[in-house]
Design a protein around this ligand. Sequence first.
Ligand code: HGY
Ligand code: MN
Ligand code: MN
Length: 428
Amino acid sequence: MTRAPGPGSLAAAERVMERCDRLGAISGSPDLLERVHLSAEHRRANDLVASWMTEAGLSTWQDAGGNQCGRIESSEPGLPALLLGSHLDTVRDAGRYDGMLGVLLAVEVAARFAGRGAELPFALEVVGFTDEEGTRFGNALLGSHALAGTFDPDWWDLADRDGVTLREAFTRFGLDPARIGHAARRPESLVGYLETHIEQGPHLEDADRPLAVVTSIAGARRFELTMTGVAGHAGGTPYDRRHDALVGASELVVEVEALARASGVIGTVGRLQAFPGGINVIPGRVEFSLDLRAATDHERDRALAEITGRAHGICERRGLRFESREIYRADATPCAPWLQDAIASGIRQIVDEEPPALWSRAGHDGMTVSAVTDVAMMFVRCGRGGISHHPDEIVDVHDVALALDAFEAATVEVAERVRAEPGRLGAA
Ligand code: HGY
Ligand code: MN
Ligand code: MN
């Protein structure tokens, strides 16, 4: 039986929802929510979240990767930190809770320990990552790669749709590419990373459960695909002489879905453009995307090989050429059992039921942060069929209140486990 959240928690949850609305109004577009890496909106969102962190009693800084950070010391300053957080950037035409909810819940949990830091055997840090989505430069997780010390210098030459390189945008934002290494955290400075995030799927709503513990995060690979044929006259070119790139690409798009449905892998073509794009011209070239993910890297990569084989088969039959360029890869990430236990125990204390355990079909910053410390996640129920990456994204304030209390309880559970095993403080 789910316990009703306490009045203080409901008020805090209302504050979190109101703050999600305020962040939702910080967009690069007047008609929809889009807040991308190193934009003026990124700056405004960081400043606003920094003010809320300060209000909560955290010391704040923006790290050398553009992430917004805050910290509460324990009784002894300078101890390794438990990181709580999520991301502040969005996809195009986004909802208001993907990422933002987790950052603001982390601020509220930290506020509950402000002045009580001595109760924890570690410092508490909140991080609002930038660029979890990769909306601007195609690659993703650039903020958490900086924190994990896994930023690849080749990425400086990535360019956005206006041709602005990551290096130029970074510099214009007021950051120094030469200093990005200063964002990297040493494993011994961290205890672990906990993220609360909306589920972005229907499972909790279907099960009528408010919260879940996440077992692992799906590994994903993203590609820019090109099919090239021969442009021609839409009227005069007989079908048996056509090399129609759009029909070929369309055949592959349908094959991706059929293969994914049959194998449990998740394949999506989110973008497709035909060239030259004339209404009376057979498309000579099609550029399209592929987002491929699965619970394990093996399943994902096996599906990729199958899709590539089918693409070449289509090209052979239709006299087309197929090219594929990988633009992003993040491997499947298991959540640390000891942190999963802490989250499950936190949920049990608040919701009085055994929490469901789900693998995350969505990618998250924990995939990169796991390079430097153990990670775990808690999911919050999404309404409206779990819709996300869409303005209709929605959560219920009572679930947010339960999530807040469970996230606080999970933090205390981590503290118990660290006290029992001091070696976990900054385990390399
Ligand atoms: O694409 C994802 O899975 C995440 O929302 N970035
Ligand atoms: Mn997202
Ligand atoms: Mn997200």
